[in-house]
Design a protein around this ligand. Structure first.
Ligand SMILES: [Zn+2]
Length: 252
């Protein structure tokens, strides 16, 4: 039996497919939904609602930004606990047996067949759909800009984080540089480069796979999730980030 039933549908969701703007928004950690075939992975309801299962607020902000930027949005409909689509199949972090302070019993000791089944169910469709979208845009003579959207927990391993928005990049910093310059130092948020994570943490997989490999401008945006817990906060952050991107795209 496969991981997903037919009723659970396509693991990849695409919105605003006909958008005319250059940006493709990608949200790998949009959902905390688990496939019925995997039960709860041995986790409590509290753990399954927490940031280890998804990026709270990231999809809502992405949808608002997609409207403001006339951007296409692609996201994963299942939890990163099953497969973290911002990691390649060979990475232990793709199906972590431990996430922050939580053990994930359903991910302990997975054999290669189990890893392959999850990779086929969630990662391959996601990678191939994004790749296809990017290649179509290039063929149409409108090469896209890849923007991945994430949120992070305000307290990690018991330590509060003061950064509010992270602008992350790998070897190609064009767009990140332009956004950080546009943000300046007296804006409404504490914004930092490659925080609270950076390429050394393995978080730039999607950027490398779909942006750097084709020479496309790309950036990863991390928002502290306490800023985007409700619609009011989501709108403020989406307006701000869409504005920053609009200012930065001509320079990237
Ligand atoms: Zn994330």
């Amino acid at each position: 039996m496969g991981i997903l039933t037919g009723e659970e549908g396509d693991p990849v969701a695409l919105e605003n497919a006909a958008a005319q703007g250059p940006v493709i928004l990608v949200c790998e950690h949009a959902s905390r939904q688990l496939p019925a075939s995997l039960g709860t992975l041995g986790l409590s309801a509290e753990a399954l609602a927490s940031h280890i299962a998804w990026d709270p607020g990231a999809l809502a902000v992405s949808r608002l930004m997609a409207g403001r930027l006339d951007a296409t949005l692609l996201f994963q409909r299942f939890s990163r606990l099953v497969y973290d689509c911002n990691r390649p199949p060979e990475s232990p972090a793709a199906m972590p047996a431990k996430s922050e302070v939580f053990d994930v019993p359903g991910n302990a000791g997975l054999d290669q067949a189990a890893r392959d089944a999850r990779t086929r169910a969630l990662y391959i469709p996601f990678r191939d759909r994004l790749r296809g979208l990017v290649e179509t845009r290039i063929a149409e003579g409108r090469p896209p800009v890849i923007v991945t959207m994430h949120s992070f927990t305000p307290v990690y391993f018991g330590k509060p984080r003061d950064v509010e928005i992270g602008i992350l990049h790998d070897a190609d910093a064009r767009l990140a540089d332009a956004m950080l310059a546009a943000a300046g130092t007296d804006g409404p948020y504490t914004i930092r480069r490659n925080e609270p994570y950076g390429p050394e943490d393995g978080v730039t997989h999607t950027l490398r796979e779909h942006g750097l490999s084709k020479g496309l401008p790309n950036v990863m945006i991390e928002v502290r999730n306490d800023l985007i817990q409700d619609v009011a906060g989501q709108k403020v952050v989406a307006d701000y980030l869409a504005g920053l991107l609009k200012q930065s795209l001509p320079a990237a």
